[in-house]
Design a protein around this ligand. Structure first.
Ligand SMILES: *Cc1c(COP(=O)(O)O)cnc(C)c1O
Length: 217
């Protein structure tokens, strides 16, 4: 478990680009990790986690929250509309608002509940056909549509194309957020979180560098 090493690198990356200490939140991505690794990170004092699957999170976090107290869990995986209701009860933030039908569903739930998790609009910065997310050309309009539905997105999220230099994607997302008056930037993973911080990331999503490699079974 190298949580402390990642925290040290994160703090150094903040300092290197003149950002205030604590301006970047470290989301420990615990999807499909063995429970003992998650418990070790909780025991080390970490309290912010990311999950990709509603069912897995539902099976894990109510119990861990009962044991460890206030833990924030962020949804960072694709969210089916029919799981949105469970998701808004379970998660403190949803990073993957990637289509109109989901935004509409979340807006309805927010009306009924009088509360809504923090929301990030996922942008498909590489315009990859197989990848979820709003296309860059549609992002400004989508943010406006969300606001017209009384949703108040906190920021934008992206997953750069695999095997490409992520830097232009981080720069594009930061520009897009700035021109839409959004302060949140969810970008950067194990291999590139320092680059993302240099481009203004407020939330980095780090899995394998903290927990070790994932084994899907
Ligand atoms: C799994 C996942 C991560 C973490 O990836 P690592 O490379 O293990 O750090 C970050 N973001 C998203 C959206 C993911 O699905």
């Amino acid at each position: 478990m190298s949580l402390s090493e990642i925290q040290t690198r994160l703090t150094a990356a903040e300092a290197a680009c003149g950002r205030a200490p604590g301006s970047v939140q470290l989301i420990a991505v615990s999807k499909v990790q063995p429970l003992e690794r998650v418990v070790a990170v909780l025991n080390a004092g970490h309290r912010l986690f990311g999950e990709n699957y509603v069912q897995e999170a539902q099976a894990k976090w109510p119990d861990l929250r009962a044991r460890f107290g206030a833990v924030q869990v962020h949804m960072i995986g694709p969210l089916q509309t029919n799981k949105a209701k469970v998701a808004v009860e379970l998660f403190d933030a949803i990073h993957t608002v990637d289509r109109l039908s989901l935004a509409e569903k979340l807006a309805k739930l927010a009306q009924t509940r009088g509360a809504c998790p923090e929301l990030f609009v996922q942008v498909n910065t590489g315009a990859e056909p197989q990848k979820a997310g709003i296309l860059p050309v549609d992002a400004d309009g989508f943010v406006a549509t969300c606001r017209a539905m009384d949703l108040a997105p906190a920021g934008l999220m992206c997953i750069p194309p695999e095997g490409e230099d992520p830097e232009p994607h981080f720069a594009m997302l930061a520009q897009m957020a700035a021109r839409n008056g959004l302060s949140g930037l969810s970008m950067g993973m194990s291999s590139d979180f320092e680059v993302a911080i240099a481009h203004g990331a407020t939330h980095v999503r780090v899995g394998s560098a903290i927990f070790g490699a994932r084994t899907y079974g």
